[in-house]
Design a protein around this ligand. Structure first.
Ligand code: NAP
Length: 294
C-alpha cells in the first residue's frame, strides 16, 4: 500500500521500518529530519512536512506524543489536512498509533469526517520498543469498520495481536488506558517488591528467578525487575509518557457519570509517577518511578 508515516521516535521508526520491509511504499516525516535517515536507507522517501508526506496518498499512520501533537500534525499549519486528497474514493484514512486522550480522539475524528470527508482509526499500541522492532505489537482499534479493514494490511506488518475494540472513535484509546493502568500498577509492585527484598538482605536475582514462575509472575516482574537490579533505566517507554497516559485515565474517570467511583491504586500510581517526573526522571524508563524513595 502507498502510505505516509509521521513520527520517527522510539516506536514510530521501527514500526515504519517493518512497513517498508513488508513491501509497503512509505513516505516518512519527522519533526527532527535526521531521524528520517535510517528509514530512507531502507527505501522510504522523506517529506519536509506532514502535508507533503500525504500528498497523493490515501492513508497516513501517526506515532507522535500527546493529544496536542496529533492535533498539530493533522490540523496545524503544515498538517495533513493541507495535503491530503479530500475527494474521490476511497476516503482518506488517518490511523493514530500515539497514546492520546479518548475525548480528543473523538473530536479529531468528527472534525476529519465533517470538514474533510476522512475516516479516523485510533490504533494505540502496546509491546514496547522490542515489540515495535520485532513486529509483535498489540494494537487496540476504535473507529469505523471500513477504516479498520483498510488499515489491516499495514497493521499486520507491525503487530501480531490486532483487535477492533469497537466502532466508536476513542474505544481503542480507552482500551489503551486500561492497559496503562495495569502497566503502571504492575511496575509499582515490581519496584517496591525488589526494593523491599534488597532491604531484607535477599539475593534478589534468585528471588526473581523463583517468583516469576509462580503466581506473582508478570511481564513487569520478568523484564523490569532485573533492569532495576542492574541499574538500567535506559528508556524504552519514558516515564513522562506514562504520566501523560495516567493523565488521560484521570480525565476519563472525571467524565464518568458515577462521581463516587473510587480507584485508589490508580491515584497512588499517578501520584508517585508525577513526583518522579518532577524529580527529573521523566526521560528514563518507567521503572525509574521509585527512584524517589531511594
Ligand atoms: P519518542 O521516542 O519520544 O518520540 C516521539 C515522536 O513524536 C518523535 O518522532 C517526535 O519528533 C514526535 N513529535 C512529538 N511532538 C510532535 C509535534 N508537535 N509535531 C511533530 N512531531 C512531534 O516517543 P515514543 O516512545 O516513540 O512514543 C510515541 C507514542 O507511542 C507516544 O504516544 C507513546 O505514549 C506511545 N507508546 C510508546 C511506547 C514505548 O514503549 N516507547 C509503547 C506504546 C506506546 P522529534 O523527533 O522531532 O522530537
Amino acid at each position: 500500500m502507498e502510505i505516509a508515516f509521521l513520527g520517527m521516535g522510539l516506536m514510530g521508526a521501527p514500526m515504519a521500518a517493518n512497513c517498508i520491509k513488508a513491501g509497503h511504499d512509505v513516505v516518512v516525516y519527522n519533526r527532527t529530519p535526521e531521524k528520517n535517515e535510517p528509514l530512507v536507507k531502507l527505501g522510504a522517501r522523506a517529506a519536509a512536512t506532514p502535508a507533503e508526506a500525504v500528498r497523493g496518498r490515501r492513508m497516513t499512520l501517526i506515532c507522535v506524543e500527546a493529544s496536542e501533537d496529533v492535533e498539530q500534525v493533522i490540523f496545524g499549519e503544515n498538517g495533513i489536512v493541507h495535503g491530503m486528497p479530500q475527494s474521490g474514493e476511497p476516503p482518506f484514512v488517518v490511523v493514530d498509533h500515539s497514546t492520546i486522550s479518548p475525548i480528543a480522539t473523538e473530536e479529531f475524528a468528527k472534525r476529519l469526517k465533517n470538514d474533510f470527508g476522512a475516516l479516523y482509526l485510533d490504533a494505540p499500541v502496546s509491546g514496547g520498543t522490542v515489540g515495535a522492532q520485532q513486529g509483535t505489537l498489540t494494537v487496540m482499534c476504535g473507529g469505523p469498520l471500513e477504516a479498520f479493514e483498510r488499515a489491516r494490511p499495514v497493521l499486520e506488518a507491525m503487530a501480531t495481536s490486532i483487535t477492533h475494540i469497537g466502532t466508536r472513535n476513542g474505544d481503542g484509546q480507552k482500551a489503551k488506558i486500561i492497559n496503562q493502568v495495569v502497566v503502571a500498577i504492575n511496575c509499582l509492585a515490581t519496584d517496591e517488591a525488589v526494593r523491599l527484598g534488597q532491604a531484607l538482605g535477599l539475593d534478589m536475582d534468585k528471588v526473581l528467578s523463583a517468583i516469576t514462575k509462580g503466581a506473582a509472575g508478570s511481564w513487569s516482574l520478568q523484564n523490569l525487575g532485573p533492569r532495576w537490579l542492574a541499574g538500567d533505566f535506559e528508556p524504552g517507554f519514558r516515564l513522562r509518557h506514562l504520566l501523560k497516559d495516567l493523565g488521560y485515565c484521570s480525565e476519563s474517570i472525571d467524565h464518568l457519570e458515577d462521581k463516587n467511583a473510587e480507584y485508589p491504586a490508580i491515584w497512588l500510581a499517578l501520584g508517585i509517577v508525577a513526583r518522579a517526573v518532577q524529580a527529573g526522571y521523566g526521560d528514563e524508563n518507567i521503572h525509574a518511578m521509585e527512584k524517589i524513595f531511594e
